[in-house]
Ligand binder design. Structure first.
Ligand SMILES: Nc1ncnc2c1ncn2[C@@H]1O[C@H](COP(=O)(O)OP(=O)(O)O)[C@@H](O)[C@H]1O
Ligand SMILES: [Mg+2]
Length: 203
């Protein structure tokens, strides 16, 4: 369903990524694990189609959702508007139901600045799943949260993925998150960075 064949990616004269081959099927959750600065976000932007300045090819479905490290909400739009702007076909009751699922239905009329970071992330998750994506991409979606909130977000994400069953790619520096969520874990290491398979969960 998703087929990644990167030959190399450089910033100026500096190669950041070497050869990276990866396929992800519907229902799989693939984690890419690696330390800060190794090239995870660079690879994610290529796979998501945000960066096309690289050598190689990526095949991906059209119905894709991305959850960034920052919640990337529109500050001057209410919670429910942040959800429906991207999904104009979503009925009010379906939008409200989605907010209920992520636990922020009571914040519907507030603005993003009036939410905690955890609540903003919940809204970003609701927005990602509202379109029932075939391909979900997440870049360190649980960083900078306290341990309890991070665990709650992880459990919520797990439930949403189990219901929607997209092909999922998520990038993290946390072994614990990768082990918890992923059906397959790759590490990104070296300079320029390449992928290794470290774990495949039996199904
Ligand atoms: N737009 C850019 N221009 C130049 N260098 C960049 C750019 N984006 C990222 N880099 C460099 O590429 C490397 C990988 O960055 P990144 O993919 O953000 O790492 P990670 O997400 O694993 O922390 C870093 O050395 C970073 O400084
Ligand atoms: Mg990053």
């Amino acid at each position: 369903m998703i087929k990644v064949d990167v030959q190399c990616k450089s910033f100026g004269e500096t190669p950041v990524l070497g050869k990276v081959s990866l396929t992800i099927e519907k229902g799989e959750t693939v984690a890419i694990l690696g330390p800060s600065g190794i090239g995870k976000s660079t690879l994610l932007r290529i796979i998501a189609g945000i960066d096309d300045d690289y050598h190689g090819t990526v095949v991906r479905p059209d119905n894709m959702a991305i959850v960034f490290q920052e919640p990337t909400l529109l500050p001057w739009r209410s919670v429910i508007q942040n959800l429906t702007l991207l999904h104009p076909d979503l009925s009010k009751s379906n939008a409200t139901e989605m907010l209920e699922r992520v636990g922020i239905a009571d914040k519907s009329g507030l603005f993003p600045g009036q939410l905690s970071l955890g609540q903003q992330r919940r809204l970003a998750l609701a927005r990602a799943f509202a379109g029932a994506p075939d391909f979900l991409v997440m870049d360190e979606p649980f960083v900078s949260l306290d341990a309890g909130t991070a665990t709650a977000m992880l459990e919520l994400t797990e439930t949403l993925i189990a219901d929607c069953k997209p092909a999922t790619l998520f990038v993290t520096h946390s072994q614990a998150e990768a082990t918890r969520l992923a059906t397959r874990i790759h590490t990104l290491s070296g300079s320029p960075a390449t992928l290794d398979l470290i774990t495949q969960k039996g199904t």
